[in-house]
Design a protein around this ligand. Structure first.
Ligand SMILES: NC(=O)c1ccc[n+]([C@@H]2O[C@H](COP(=O)([O-])OP(=O)(O)OC[C@H]3O[C@@H](n4cnc5c(N)ncnc54)[C@H](O)[C@@H]3O)[C@@H](O)[C@H]2O)c1
Ligand SMILES: O=P(O)(O)OC[C@H](O)CO
Length: 341
C-alpha cells in the first residue's frame, strides 16, 4: 500500500523540504510547527520565511500548529525536530496513534541517557509502529531549490522502505534503501562532529591534502566507533556514510561546518552558536560520543581533539596536527587490522 497522506513534525529547514517534496508528489501533507506566523506564511504565501526564505513551496502544502490534527490522518509521520525535542513531541502524539502509522526520523542526533539514537527513542515510545530513518547528503537549502540530491531510507520493514521510496522520489530527489537502521542513523549523527573539525581546517587556510586527510580519517574513526557499537562497516561506503560526511565537511551550507569555521576564526563556542541561530547537532553529539569512546576505550583522536577545542579552549590547529604524531597505524583497518601492522 502506498502513502497518500503524510505529516511532518517540525517547522525548520529540513522539515520544510521533506514536506515540500511530499506535496510535490501529490501526497496530502500537513507540516506541524509551533510558530503561527510561519504556518500562516506557508499556507498563504507558500514560503517559510524563517528557515527557507525565497524558496517557493508547493501551494498544496498545509501547515498547522495543531499537533494532533496534523498527525491524525497521516499514514506516514516524518519527525524533523532537533534531537533534544524528539522524545517530547513523539510522547505527545503517541497515545493518539494507530499501530499502522509509520514514523520516520530525519533527526541526526543522540539522546545522552542510554546513548539512544532517535529511532530507538521513538521505538521506546511507540513499540508497535513501523519505524524508519531518513539520512543522507541532504543540505536543506539545496533541496529547497530543487537541486538534485539523494538519500537513504533505512528500516527493518520492507513495506516502509518501499513506501517511502515511492513517496519521496521525484525528478530532483532519489531515495535508496538500507536495512542497517543503526548504521545509517549513527553515521548521520557522527558526521556532524567531523564537519566541525573540517570547519576549523578551512578557517585556518590549511591545504587540500589536509582537508582530504581529515575527511578520510574521519571516515576511519566514525566507522571504527560504529562497528564497536554493532553497525555494519559497509553502510559507511554509502550515501548515509561517506556521502553525508563529504557534503557536511565541504559545504559552508552545513551548520556544523559553520560552527567549526567560526571557532577556527577565533570565536568562542557561544559566539559561534549564537551567530548560527539554527541547530548544530554536532556540538552535543561530540560530548556524548567522547564519553562513550572513553567508556569503551575506542581510539578517536579527532573526537578527543575537537572536544578540547570546543570545551577547553585548545588551539584548533592542534586537532589536525595531532594526527601527524599518533602511532603508526593501518589505512583501512577492516582490511589490515590495527593490531597486525
Ligand atoms: N537542515 C538540513 O540540511 C538537514 C538535513 C538533514 C537532516 N537534518 C536534521 O534534521 C533535524 C532538524 O533540523 P532542521 O535543519 O530542520 O533544524 P532547524 O534549526 O532548521 O529547525 C528546527 C525546528 O524545530 C523546531 N523545534 C525546536 N524544538 C522544538 C520543540 N520542542 N517542539 C517543536 N518544535 C521544535 C524549531 O522551532 C524549528 O522550527 C536535525 O537533527 C538535523 O540534523 C537537517
Ligand atoms: O547543516 P548541518 O551541518 O546540520 O547538516 C545538514 C545535513 O545533515 C546534511 O546532510
Amino acid at each position: 500500500m502506498s502513502i497518500h497522506t503524510a505529516a511532518v513534525i517540525g517547522g525548520g529547514s529540513f522539515g520544510t523540504v521533506v514536506a515540500n517534496i511530499l506535496a510535490d508528489n501529490n501526497i496530502a501533507t500537513v507540516q506541524w510547527m509551533r510558530n503561527e506566523e510561519v504556518a500562516a506564511s506557508i499556507n498563504n504565501q507558500h514560503e517559510n520565511p524563517v528557515y527557507l526564505p525565497g524558496v517557493s513551496l508547493n501551494p498544496a502544502l498545509r501547515a498547522s500548529t495543531d499537533l494532533l490534527a496534523a498527525v491524525q490522518d497521516a499514514e506516514a509521520i516524518f519527525v524533523s525536530v532537533p534531537s533534544q525535542s524528539v522524545r517530547e513531541v513523539v510522547a505527545a502524539i503517541a497515545p493518539h496513534l494507530r499501530a499502522d502509522q509509520a514514523l520516520i526520523s530525519t533527526t541526526k542526533g543522540i539522546e545522552p541517557e542510554g546513548f539512544l539514537l532517535m529511532s530507538q527513542v521513538i521505538r521506546e515510545i511507540c513499540p508497535h509502529n513501523p519505524i524508519g530513518v531518513l539520512s543522507g547528503p541532504n543540505l536543506a537549502k539545496e533541496i529547497g531549490r530543487r537541486e538534485l540530491a539523494a538519500t537513504v531510507i533505512a528500516s527493518e520493514d520492507s513495506d516502509l522502505r518501499r513506501n517511502v521510496q515511492q513517496a519521496l522520489s521525484c525528478t530532483y530527489f532519489r531515495v535508496y534503501a538500507s536495512n542497517d537502521l543503526y548504521g545509517v542513523e549513527l553515521s548521520g549523527a557522527l558526521k556532524n562532529i567531523y564537519a566541525i573539525v573540517s570547519g576549523f581546517v578551512a578557517a585556518l587556510g590549511m591545504g587540500e591534502n589536509t582537508k582530504s586527510m581529515i575527511i578520510t580519517r574521519s571516515l576511519a574513526e566514525m566507522s571504527r566507533f560504529a562497528v564497536a557499537l554493532g553497525a555494519n562497516p559497509l553502510t559507511f561506503l554509502g550515501l548515509a556514510g561517506v556521502g553525508d560526511l563529504v557534503v557536511t565537511c565541504m559545504s559552508p551550507l552545513s551548520r556544523n561546518y559553520r560552527v567549526g569555521y567560526a571557532i577556527g576564526q577565533g570565536k568562542s563556542l557561544d559566539e559561534a552558536i549564537t551567530e548560527l541561530g539554527e541547530v548544530a547537532e554536532g556540538v552535543n553529539t561530540l560530548r556524548y560520543v567522547r564519553a562513550k569512546a572513553q567508556e569503551l576505550s575506542i581510539y578517536m583522536p579527532l573526537v578527543m581533539g575537537a572536544y578540547e577545542v570546543l570545551f577547553n579552549g585548545a588551539d584548533p590547529r592542534r586537532v589536525a596536527e595531532g594526527l601527524m604524531t599518533g602511532d603508526h597505524t593501518s589505512d583501512v583497518e577492516f582490511a589490515l587490522p590495527r593490531c597486525e601492522i
